[in-house]
Design a protein around this ligand. Sequence first.
Ligand SMILES: [Zn+2]
Length: 431
Amino acid sequence: MDFRKALLARIDSKRGALIALTQDLIKIPTLNPPGEFYRDICDYLDTRLSARGFSTELVRAFGTPGDSKKYPRWNIIARYEGGSAGDCVHFNSHIDVVTVGQGWSVDPFGGALIDGKIYGRGACDMKGGLATSIIAAEAFLEIWPAFNGAIEISGTADEETGGFGGVAYLSEKGYFSPEKVQHVIIPEPLHKDRVCLGHRGVFWAEIETHGRIAHGSMPFLGDCAVRHMGAVLAEMETSLFPALAAKRTDMPVIPEGAKQSTMNINSLHGGQAEPEAGFTGLPSPVVPDHCKMIVDRRFLLEENIADVEAELRGVLEKVKSERADFTYDFTPIHSVIPTMTAKDAPIVTTVSAAIEAVMHKKAEYVVSPGTYDQKHIDRIGRMKNCIAYGPGILDLAHQPDEYIEVADMLDSAKVMGLALAELLTGNPDDT
Ligand SMILES: [Zn+2]
């Protein structure tokens, strides 16, 4: 008997189950923020996976950002032990979805199936990927009930807001550690024929310029913090942005525009606060005494975080040297080191070979422009054998009318199933 062929046929036979599972997951509106219905989706997954012989654990990330009595940060980890010792392959999916936004033509939590596509918030990012990994594991277990090692499936909270109540917490508690888990696949929507090796780095900082309040009719008696910030912006345009655009990486980052260093100005606030909606009065004439900017700098494997910070401080020092009465505060508020799994890591070579077997084309290696939960698995969990691989089109994530194609999910389930066969059975072609 050709077990591989049997596995692929078994996955095809689960098309209906895959659709139903994806729809059920979409119908639980796990919006984050604030982090709604986490317990409900964990209970749903618990029922589903317990019935298939997984032992499950629900873990609340007490005290993490956003965790409260009203919005508890629940996670589920399910584990299935094979018949003998071996590696553990872990599929990690986040259970949260971002806000709906406007422009939908279908119910964002309806899970409508139209022309082979399932629609809904989280369809591609990433309830479709979660359903795909569950179906792949279930089909594998039916074909190889006595495999070597273990399979784990987790549904984790808060990826969209940094993952602190999800994978970061679980990594700190030892759920992601080299002793317990040897291979990690995160089924984010990077496309069914791509292996995502990692992500760029992040450095966020708050810059504040200071001034002195005075009457707006006599600004020369005060000192305008917004004009000082204008000088910072001008210096960024002159020196910093061109310097960032000139830095290129050897990381295979997609899309093309992210193959360089980038910086976004997240926000800029100076002077009086915006009036409340409905207030019809005029603002008062005062010179702004403070102005704050948040910058979001994304950096490359080839860059060092200390240099990234020094470069930004350099802009401020240059302005200070040229401008009377210029004072500022510079406060780093968040950072993530870039990560990239080696192309010869076992999970990379295994999934690449499976993509070639299913799709009859070579796998493409990519790196994500933004971060995802691999950052915690890498840094806190100390695990380098980790990739993102899953069905769906990344560009559709967070958009109106987000969808996932059923055919893509089936192809990805086959890739995941073959990867399990390669990693967890002695010789998949044994009769
Ligand atoms: Zn995602």
